[in-house]
Design a protein around this ligand. Structure first.
Ligand SMILES: [Zn+2]
Length: 110
């Protein structure tokens, strides 16, 4: 899972024998395909073994509680295997949900 999100330049010197005028359409199509949510990578750290790593959206889980204090995200450390749970603020919630992380709604009736 090593995705280089920075290198997004794909220079094509397309000398294909196509009809002039159809080039604009193909550029648009390629540009639309570049926005892939699945390529989002989140940086995380393990408080147990202090390892730093990058996790894809599928490795993270977000649990939204009734209050912000009960909202947290969790993941499993790939180094030591411990289950890490951290509180998630509004920014983190937006980041994770926007990145396609599985969101779990915790219904707590007071
Ligand atoms: Zn760890």
């Amino acid at each position: 899972m090593s995705t280089s999100a920075v290198s997004g330049t794909s220079e094509r010197s397309g000398a294909s024998a196509g009809a002039p005028g159809s080039g604009e359409m193909s550029v648009r199509t390629a540009f639309a395909g570049m926005r892939r949510v699945a390529d989002v990578v989140f940086r995380a750290g393990c408080p147990d073994c202090r390892a730093r790593f990058e996790l894809g959206a599928g490795a993270l889980r977000l649990a939204i509680g009734a209050t912000s204090e009960r909202t947290f995200y969790s993941f499993t450390c790939p180094e030591c295997g411990v289950c890490v749970r951290k509180p998630a603020g509004e920014r983190i919630v937006e980041l994770l949900t926007g990145g396609g992380v599985r969101t779990l709604r915790l219904h707590s009736t007071l």
